[in-house]
Design a protein around this ligand. Structure first.
Ligand SMILES: C[S@@+](CC[C@H](N)C(=O)[O-])C[C@H]1O[C@@H](n2cnc3c(N)ncnc32)[C@H](O)[C@@H]1O
Length: 170
């Protein structure tokens, strides 16, 4: 699936958190996946879990996530319990500095996510297509996202885990 979402002129980020999901984003994703049962918000920040209920992972304990963990390892997270992973990493070194973190290595996060069950989707919002293994993930959708004037264009890439035989350290 290829598409584009024009998010409209609603500038609000409900939480006012830097880099928070734009208004309507989680509702759109929810509409794409009516059958998903267990959602994990990775790089969760102050995500609005009323719009898309689920557990949360962030490296910053002050945000009170379900799991305080580094997305590059996710050692404390039972990844196989989830059938939908939402990922919203910092997009640049400058963005990471706003969160007082170092920039994530996207390919390392994707490698950690290889531990999810077959059929699990990863909805990755970014300005970059992360490096991934084609024998571990297929791309089901690419959706361009336009927010409003003076905001960066972004792309939602939707990956599906396709093969459990590829281990996380391959
Ligand atoms: C773009 S914000 C996410 C905002 C979120 N989507 C929202 O709606 O509030 C990125 C988040 O990633 C977190 N983060 C940065 N590096 C991380 C890492 N290595 N592992 C886990 N979380 C990390 C930051 O603390 C920050 O909360």
């Amino acid at each position: 699936m290829v598409g584009i979402w024009i998010m409209g002129n609603d500038y609000r980020v409900t939480s006012n958190y830097y880099g928070g999901y734009p208004a309507g984003y989680l509702r759109r994703v929810r509409a794409l996946f009516p059958d998903k049962q267990r959602v994990l918000h990775l790089f969760s920040g102050k995500v609005d879990v009323t719009a898309l209920p689920g557990d949360t992972v962030d490296i910053n304990a002050d945000l009170g996530p379900t799991y305080v963990d580094d997305a590059q390892t996710l050692e404390g997270v039972p990844l196989r319990s989830y059938d939908l992973i939402m990922a919203d990493p910092p997009y640049s070194v400058e963005d990471a500095e706003r969160y007082q973190t170092t920039m994530v290595r996207r390919n390392v996060v994707m490698r950690a996510l290889q531990r999810v069950s077959k059929g699990t989707h990863v909805v990755w919002l970014d300005q970059v297509l992360p490096m991934y293994r084609k024998d571990a993930f297929a791309i089901d959708a690419v959706i361009g996202m336009v927010k409003s004037t003076n905001h960066r264009f972004r792309v939602v890439t939707i990956f599906r885990r396709i093969d459990q035989t590829v281990g996380p350290t391959c």
